[in-house]
Ligand binder design. Sequence first.
Ligand SMILES: Cc1cc2nc3c(=O)[nH]c(=O)nc-3n(C[C@H](O)[C@H](O)[C@H](O)COP(=O)(O)O)c2cc1C
Length: 299
Amino acid sequence: MAYTRLSDANEITERYMDSILIEERLIDSVKAELSFDFLGSTFDMPVMTPAFSHLGQYKGRELTGLEEYSLAAAKCNILNFCGMMENDMFKQIIDTGAQTVRIIKPYADNGKIRDQIAYAEEMGAFGVGMDIDHIFGEHGYDVVVGEKMAAQTAEMLRTYVEATKLPFVIKGVLSVSDAVKSADIGAKAIIVSHHHGRLPYAVPPMMVLSRIREALLGRDVGIIVDCGIASGADVYKAIALGADAAAVGRSMLPALESAGVEGTVEFLNRIGDELRFIMSSTGFASVSDIDDTALFRGK
Ligand SMILES: Cc1cc2nc3c(=O)[nH]c(=O)nc-3n(C[C@H](O)[C@H](O)[C@H](O)COP(=O)(O)O)c2cc1C
């Protein structure tokens, strides 16, 4: 897309995240614990993989990038995500042993959505969901890798939620309005995201997060944030501002491409280690304790 530099939501998001600063509270602090509960399961850290698609085999290795990062997620015992793909690829991801949420595209072909939901359930997925931020393109409805997308009404989304016993995750929520609608139709979690800057001037997910958290108080809907998450500090800020967890994105790609499963495990653990260090240094012993009282807004 030919937007000017200033309208690039990725840059705006990075600048916003980097403007949030952290104070130290060392006296009486203890070493922090990263494990946390999400949608009824316990994971080793509140860091998740991105809902990626279309990653081939890097450097001629045997497995696709999608399988490699899923194996890394399984090794780290974190929640894994995957995006647009056919059922055979999804099976390969499930075969890695990772607890995986399948994010399905808002296909115009409603039957394909239902088929992918049913297959995910049959294969033992952890959850399913949809990335609603891929409904529109610049000429109307989006076409992704040759497949037409379509507008999704709340009632249509509700039928998908009701079509499965798996938790349903709505990805691409960037307003209180969509967050509340997601809760109303029975979504169990949302991913606050602008899908690496699809919308010019998109508000940084972390900027809208506190409002969303407040609007969803008492609604039992998990909140994940993505876009620009590249460090433990980013994850810490996301959780402090109201998320339950954060998902890395393109920041994972260099490690994945150069060093496969092991490189990705190392990358994810590095993020966890930095998160533990910052939690310990700001007086938060567990993930659920973290709040925004150690944050400062710089310029
Ligand atoms: C190669 C690639 C493929 C992606 N495929 C999907 C997808 O199929 N479904 C989806 O919801 N998001 C998809 N995304 C978006 C990511 O899930 C995520 O929202 C985004 O990358 C976050 O921004 P960041 O990369 O700046 O952290 C994809 C991103 C990339 C880079």
